[in-house]
Design a protein around this ligand. Structure first.
Ligand SMILES: [Fe+2]
Ligand SMILES: [Fe+2]
Length: 286
């Protein structure tokens, strides 16, 4: 079913006052996985905007052109709000800047970064192939953010009072907007080049880089954290594996991850737009 909703840009600012250091269930392993997202998402979102803007002028469909603007607006504000949390992480002694520099050097802005090597190399091989591949990686990563958003809404512990409420608000706001704009880059890619091989190649790259950098960030923040109680670590790791990797989140994610491989897949096959509508229906900024 075609989605006719307008993508609304909500310019809101969150307050992160008094967020405890281990803000997810008092578990540093779960917290630092989430903290890793505060670094990986902003850089990724800037990459999404760069990638989709390269094709914006070629899009003939008026609705899709408008959606690209809405998409870039929403991603810009997500990026800004996650970056604002870096000050809190800095005060907690986690040194987020060092991980951000590493991530950008390796993945995005460094001379030999993945983005530069991939885009320039493929563009030399065939005109615009590199630009199309970065758009395809973006569409793949947008599938991940959409299914992570879906998982959050279905995750029992997301209503747990042991997660800092201001962080939950940030996560649900971001998740809802990810659901709202989940099909934009996919539809742009389809209009630019509907090759299945291109779509799946981008998704494969997205699958490796997303989990790799989230994992590296998690390990980095664990290594920076001086307040970890080593005696509690085995139980913390067990809870992370049990509740996230093999729990409802992991199960929902793996099912939806595989759906992207279907040749006729479209993001709207996953019927969850009502979750975002429900979330915004009782918000003053909705
Ligand atoms: Fe986002
Ligand atoms: Fe997104």
């Amino acid at each position: 079913m075609k989605n006719n909703n307008e993508i609304k840009v909500r310019n809101i600012t969150f307050s992160f006052d008094k967020v405890p250091k281990h803000w997810v269930l008092d578990n540093p392993i779960m917290t630092h996985f989430s903290n890793s997202m505060h670094i990986v998402f902003p850089s990724g979102e800037k990459f999404f905007i760069r990638s989709v803007r390269k094709f914006a002028k070629e899009i003939k469909d008026n609705k899709l052109s408008k959606d690209i603007k809405g998409f870039c607006g929403q991603e810009g504000i997500h990026s800004r709000e996650h970056e604002r949390f870096w000050d809190i992480m800095e005060d907690q002694g986690l040194n987020p800047g060092r991980f951000e520099k590493f991530l950008n050097k390796v993945a995005f802005s460094g001379k030999l970064s993945m983005e530069n090597v991939l885009v320039k190399g493929l563009n030399k091989l065939s005109p615009r192939l590199g630009d199309k591949m970065s758009l395809s990686v973006t569409a793949g990563l947008e599938h991940y953010t959409a299914i992570l958003a879906n998982a959050l809404f279905n995750e029992p512990f997301s209503i747990n009072d042991k997660i800092a409420p201001q962080m939950l608000e940030l996560m649900f706001w971001h998740a809802s907007e990810e659901i709202e704009h989940k099909a934009v880059c996919f539809d742009v890619l389809r209009e630019v080049d509907d090759s299945y091989i291109l779509r799946i190649s981008g998704y494969s790259i997205a699958s490796v880089v997303l989990w790799l950098f989230l994992g590296v960030g998690q390990v980095y923040f664990i290594s920076q954290d001086k307040d970890i109680d080593v005696k509690k670590l085995p139980a913390n790791i067990q809870q992370f594996i049990q509740e996230i990797v093999f729990g409802k989140t992991g199960q929902g994610l793996s099912k939806n991850m595989l759906s992207y491989f279907r040749p006729n897949f479209h993001p709207d096959d996953i019927d969850d737009r009502h979750l975002a509508e429900m979330f915004f229906s009782n918000k003053s900024y909705g």
